[in-house]
Write a protein that binds this ligand. Structure first.
Ligand SMILES: [Zn+2]
Length: 481
């Protein structure tokens, strides 16, 4: 029996069901109607690398050790489902999963996801795809293009290039990327015939963050809608594109011999108005304001800045920064917390509503009047992560048209293991979703256990460090920092 796992980042039933009803997602409808489905509860913090690693290990983040966007595959403490299957004789391949850099030669294929800052792929010839994904370099190798891409993907790439200077650049990039990715995955499946394979789509997350106001306009004030601006319904376009790619991929698998899973890491909600335009600290300019000479290092995540320096310097800085107020309204601008070797500078956002114009605000630091917009930027993110994603399991061993109430992200890996007749690790936090299997399958195949699948696990030693500048640039594009 084969298995295909479709990862759709941020997919949410409240987008999918109306689109299914309008006949716009025929393939997701087919999977849902023919299988068991329901909401999948995520865990805090609902950050993609953390949650996807829980989905693929069956373990909570304290165990798998991927804690945020700055974790890398060298931090991993556990095998993921494709490693377990592969070492149990089930040839596997993955496309665009996070933290799969460097790719594993033992797998049939492994093309790392968007957090990778190298172009390494297994097999090597797909580094052209990573060059496109990382640097937006449109492939120029005609033979490669003709071998791997459909006409539609080529058109999508050209459309992106034509709009490179417009505000549509990013959405068109994500649309083209998912199309190209789908084509390459199809090619890999045809070539290697994996028994287990998985592809990740991320465009749904990007679009939902930025354009959710197109789907739920009544959740925003007219003023905010005006500020967010008008644009095509990119969320619908992205869901339809992913559905179409799923349809093409499904055709490569024999329906009577394949189990399919579609899963997301969290859902989406419209943000509270005051969060739709999130303020963020600009790290480098802030450091130059406070004087960079004595600072060892810094890192910024959203509105929190970590400053590393000697304790004495930090203590002095803390006093200075804590005392800063906004010239125009006298309110405090920062909150500081001291931790062993670092100072956390939290930027207070609550006094800035969508109506206050930060371009006219100042603060005083060491007797200098400084415009706030020098150290603070605004990110338009009307959509935020919600706690329920989606889960569908369809195929010969799963119930047809069954709706479950709720499952958890940690249940996915145990459920996949069981569907291959493999034991569940007792060190996993999830359970087999026995209710979604056909009764005869469960009675013939009781759930088995093993202490751990990780007895021979070794932490990866990374030869190459993540290029933080490149990763931060990508996180910025996605609106995370
Ligand atoms: Zn997101």
């Amino acid at each position: 029996m084969k298995m295909l796992v479709l990862g759709i980042d941020g997919a949410d039933w409240k987008f999918i069901i109306p689109l299914i009803q309008q006949g716009k997602l025929p393939n997701l409808k087919k999977l849902r109607d023919s299988g068991a489905s329901g909401p999948l509860l995520t865990q805090k913090p609902p950050m993609s690398p953390v949650v996807w690693t829980t989905i693929m290990t069956g373990k909570v983040r304290e165990k798998h050790n991927i804690i945020n966007f700055y974790s890398n595959s060298g931090d991993l403490n556990s095998y993921r489902i494709w490693d377990i299957l592969n070492k149990n004789g089930i040839p596997s391949g993955t496309m665009s999963h996070l933290l799969t850099n460097p790719p594993d030669e033992k797998l049939l294929f492994q093309i790392p996801g968007w957090m990778s800052t190298t172009s390494l792929t297994v097999p090597e010839e797909y580094s052209i795809f990573k060059e496109w994904e990382r640097k937006k370099k449109i492939p120029r190798n005609i033979i490669w293009i003709l071998k791997n891409l459909s006409l539609r993907s080529i058109f999508a790439l050209l459309k992106f290039r034509k709009n490179i200077k417009t505000k549509h650049k990013h959405p068109l990039y994500y649309l083209a990327d998912e199309m190209v990715k789908g084509d390459i995955f199809k090619r890999l499946v045809k070539r290697f015939k994996p028994q287990f394979s998985s592809i990740m789509f991320y465009g749904t997350d990007f679009m939902s963050h930025k354009y959710i106001h197109q789907v739920f306009p009544d959740r925003f004030t007219p003023e905010l809608l005006k500020k967010l601006g008008d644009c095509p319904n990119y969320i619908e376009q992205m869901y339809m594109l992913v559905d179409k790619k799923i349809g093409e991929i499904l055709k490569l698998f024999p329906l009577d011999k394949t189990n399919f899973i579609a899963v997301s890491d969290h859902g989406f909600n419209p943000a509270m108005p005051e969060k739709a335009f999130k303020y963020r600290l600009k790290g480098r300019p802030f450091i130059s304001v406070i004087g960079k000479k004595k600072i060892k290092d810094f890192a910024v995540l959203g509105y929190v800045l970590n400053v590393f320096a000697e304790k004495k310097i930090l203590e002095k800085l803390m006093q200075e920064i804590d005392a800063v107020t906004i010239t125009e309204n006298g309110k405090k601008l920062f909150k500081c917390t001291m931790q062993e070797d670092k100072l956390l500078v939290e930027f207070k956002t609550e006094f800035m509503t969508i109506t206050s114009d930060i371009n006219k605000m100042h603060f005083k630091f060491r007797n200098k009047e400084i415009p706030i917009n020098r150290i603070v930027g605004q990110v338009k993110r009307p959509g935020t992560h919600a706690k329920h994603g989606i889960f569908i399991a369809s195929g010969p061993i799963f119930k047809q048209g069954y709706k479950f109430k709720e499952a958890g992200i940690q249940d996915v890996t145990p459920t996949i293991l069981h569907s291959f007749g493999l034991p569940v690790g007792k060190d996993m936090d999830g359970k087999v979703l026995t209710e979604i299997f056909k009764d005869e399958f469960i009675s013939n195949n009781p759930v088995k256990f093993i202490d751990t699948h990780d007895s021979d696990f070794k932490k990866k030693e990374l030869k190459e460090k993540t290029d933080m500048k490149e990763l931060k640039k990508r996180l910025e594009e996605l609106g995370y920092i």
